[in-house]
Design a protein around this ligand. Structure first.
Ligand code: HEC
Length: 144
């Protein structure tokens, strides 16, 4: 075969190879990128999850201690709170006493349902606290 023919043949093969490889390479790169993407997403979710929970706990504590909002300290001793009253029981070991958070939501929403004689204001029924605020307070109570 002449040199020119060989050269043309080589170019032909090179062209075929390039065409054949390109899409497969793209697919391969995409395939390798996928786990990296998932890993990044998982890491992001891992960081965002506890961070969000942490901010709800801090918000709940603020609301519970706020004299114009939850005002829970007027009647309950709560770790970290100043000048508590003792009309109600100390709020501690809450998660073991009430493993079901719905029970806590119900107590804060309207304790008169459980105990019609209670001194505890029905925070939800009287719209002193919104559902979201009650939920944040419950997140905080579960850390006690
Ligand atoms: C005016 C007083 C008063 C205020 C304010 C008050 N509570 Fe209470 N709370 C009580 C009393 C009294 C009880 C005892 C149970 C009952 O009376 O039914 C109680 C019971 C509870 C219980 C059940 C505790 C247990 O050990 O079983 C939880 C939880 C609770 N309160 C959370 C709160 C939260 C959170 C706030 C603030 C948003 C709050 N309370 C504000 C008086 C109060």
């Amino acid at each position: 075969m002449s040199g020119a023919a060989l050269c043309a043949l080589e170019r032909f093969y090179f062209a075929i190879e390039t065409i054949a490889k390109t899409p497969r390479n793209d697919a391969l790169t995409a395939l390798f990128r996928m786990p990296v993407l998932f890993l990044l997403l998982a890491i992001a979710a891992g960081f965002a999850g506890p961070a969000r929970a942490q901010s709800a706990v801090a918000e709940g504590q603020k609301l519970a201690f706020d004299r114009g909002k939850g005002n829970c300290l007027t009647c309950h001793v709560i770790k970290g709170g100043d000048l508590p009253g003792t009309i109600g029981p100390e709020l501690k070991d809450i998660k073991s006493k009430y493993p079901d958070r719905n029970e806590l939501v119900a107590i804060i929403f309207d304790e008169t349902k459980r105990n019609p004689q209670t001194m505890m204001p029905p925070f939800g029924r009287n719209r002193i606290l919104t559902e979201q605020e009650i939920s944040a307070i419950v997140d905080f109570l579960q850390t006690l």
